[in-house]
Design a protein around this ligand. Sequence first.
Ligand code: BJW
Ligand code: ZN
Length: 254
Amino acid sequence: MMFSDRLLDRLSRARRVAVLTGAGISAESGVPTFRDVEGLWQRFKPEELANVEAFLDNPELVQGWYSHRRSLVSETAPNPGHDALARMQDMFDSFTLITQNVDNLHQRAGSRDVIELHGNIMRSYCIDCGADDVANDDVADVAGAGVDDGIRRCRSCGGLIRPDVVWFGEMLPQDAFAEAESAAFASDVFFSVGTSAAVYPAAALPLTAVENGAYTVEINIEESNIAMYMDEVISGRAGEVLPQLLDSIESVRG
Ligand code: BJW
Ligand code: ZN
């Protein structure tokens, strides 16, 4: 068994558990990560495309990138890592799942009340009037505006349609981040799963948990930027470690 007695003891008594996930948990579903060697977009760094300037400079490129990623994600399915977290939600007094992922896979696995820190690529909206646009892959056909330039535009006002995600330099959704911070603050055990912890303020959440006395555990195939601050670092794939963790929780909590 790969789990320490210390972790099992904490889990047997834990009332509040919080989990932060990143792209690594979806890697085994076939969704590319951002920063690995094999990672997403060798041709583009996320910093280059995931910002509002890139979008305004070349909306077609950025819309195309998201449209490609949406179709990729719709062809994938949750993996045993997502499934194990969905099963854990009813095993503690309080269980909070916080994700940086925009791929909707936790929700598809059955996790409820997922805190989405960076939005969700399955939603889009108009940058001018805010209208939701759920027909994600329709290319513009703006009534009256006569625009048909391959760029997706709002049906009602002609404004550019953007994905409902958080780009660099943008604020995270305030309520979501506040809830995530309180959960990290209050947690007895905090897991950081499949994230490089390179992007703030999400990467600060495990540190908030550390400062407030949680037992903090990283699960990753390699050490993240904050591994040295964690109480325990478990080296392994999320899709393999999390189902075993679920089994251990079931056995220590009866
Ligand atoms: C496995 C595995 C397996 C693989 N099992 N593990 C302080 C200092 C410097 C800069 C800043 C700072 N504070 C804020 C900033 C600016 C910036 C920032 O953090 N920059 C850094 C690069 C330094 N932050 C922001 O701009 C944020 N907003 C903000 O701070 O607002 C306040 C503000 C306003 C105005 C001006 C200034 C500040 C917003 C950040 C938004 C991030 N958005 C993205 C794109 C989302 C949309 C999209 O998907 O396109 O979010 S970037 C990208 O990175 C995406 C991810 O959610 C995020 C995190 O990546 P993640 O999940 O960690 O993935 P990877 O690829 O990095 O790591 C994968 C991990 O999995 C690896 O560790 C692997 O080993 C592991 N792995 N397979 C387990 N099978
Ligand atoms: Zn509009």
